[in-house]
Design a protein around this ligand. Structure first.
Ligand code: 13P
Length: 339
């Protein structure tokens, strides 16, 4: 445990390398099944392995991707040639990470709000994951915007758990990704989204500080400030401006990286938002990058569709998406390249 700070520093520097982001490929069994269903892909150990193997092996992926978040099953799977899947990432200079939360349950007494489980026994699980190559972790909390929600109870309970998780990770030499996601479902406007995001991030950082989490050795993975999916959409520029305003108010400059989730935005819109932020402000105290799941995988999965002869085409699609997002990290995304 004594080398934990050194390990944390080395990992954080690699993860936040200029122009690189994170691929979130940590869908739970239920979620990956949901992603496979539209393409009639059977959801088995082998198809999940084949899919992740496809995602992890495009040549040069490591030019744009610094880390990949894995689901527990994937961390212990081997490729068709018998190589552990995390090793395939390491061969590309990509750091394997692991989703360590155990998902959402109802927050009793709080209507239909959720709390994230997984703290009991976390330290022991981290040792097991570390031995398999994981150097960073992810924990996702969700908040929904509706009448009076998120409640104070949901904000405080989830913020407390996020900080507990982060502190435990750091004590084991694992860099925590702290993910408070404000869901986009609803008809709330941009200002409401900004207000709620600010409230949640303030609570999260209060807890992180109270629980002695080293802000220098964590990554924040927030949602962008966008209007609800049933509300009038905002312009790319307005989303970038509101998101930057909220982050500047809430996220200490000591935090090295803010890596956004895509949360149901389309691939090109998620890229355009990230690009606009990096263009509007090129001197943010933190690296502004991506940790996208759907917004990196969507077209690649559609192209693959569970068919081995589609692997090369699906990998080309993923590589292009990763490159466009890498450009967006530098404020150099050109939307005409989407064609
Ligand atoms: P999306 O980018 O699809 O929101 O996934 C990111 C993620 O890791 C959600 O926990």
């Amino acid at each position: 445990m004594t080398d934990a700070p050194k390990t944390l520093q080395a990992t954080i520097e690699k993860l936040t390398a200029k122009g690189k982001g994170i691929l979130a490929a940590d869908e739970s069994l239920k979620t990956i099944q949901k992603r496979f269903t539209p393409y009639s892909i059977d959801c088995t150990d082998d198809t999940r392995r084949d899919y992740r193997q496809m995602l992890f092996t495009p040549a040069d992926l490591g030019h744009y991707i610094s880390g990949v978040i894995l689901y527990e099953e994937t961390l212990f799977q081997t490729s068709t040639k018998g190589i552990p899947l995390p090793k395939l990432l390491e061969q590309q200079g990509i750091i394997p990470g692991i989703k360590v939360d155990l998902g959402l349950v109802d927050l009793v007494g709080s209507g239909d709000e959720k709390i994230t489980e997984g703290l009991d026994g976390l330290a022991a699980r981290l040792e097991h994951y570390k031995a398999a190559g994981a150097l960073f972790a992810k924990w996702r909390a969700v908040f929904n915007i509706a009448n009076g929600k998120p409640s104070r109870a949901a904000i405080q309970a989830n913020a407390h758990n996020l900080a507990r998780y982060a502190a435990i990770c750091q004590s084991r030499g694992i860099v925590p990704i702290v993910e408070p996601e404000i869901l986009m479902e609803g008809n709330h406007d941009l200002k409401t989204s900004a207000h709620v995001t600010e409230k949640v991030l303030n609570a999260v950082f209060t807890q992180l500080k109270m629980q002695h989490v080293s802000l220098e050795h964590m990554i924040l993975k927030p949602s962008m400030v966008i209007p609800g999916s049933d509300a009038k959409p905002a312009s790319i520029q307005d989303v970038a401006k509101e998101t930057l305003t909220v982050l500047l108010r809430t996220v200490p400059a000591a935090v090295p990286g803010i890596f956004f989730l895509s949360g149901g935005q389309s691939e090109s819109v998620a890229t355009a938002h990230l690009n606009a932020m990096n263009k509007q402000m090129s001197n943010t105290p933190w690296v502004l990058s991506f940790s996208y799941g759907r917004a990196l995988q969507h077209t690649s999965l559609e192209t693959w569709a569970g068919v081995s002869s589609n692997v090369t085409a699906a990998q080309a699609v993923l590589l292009k998406r990763a490159k466009l997002n890498s450009n967006a990290c530098l404020g150099q995304y050109d939307a005409t390249e989407e064609k």
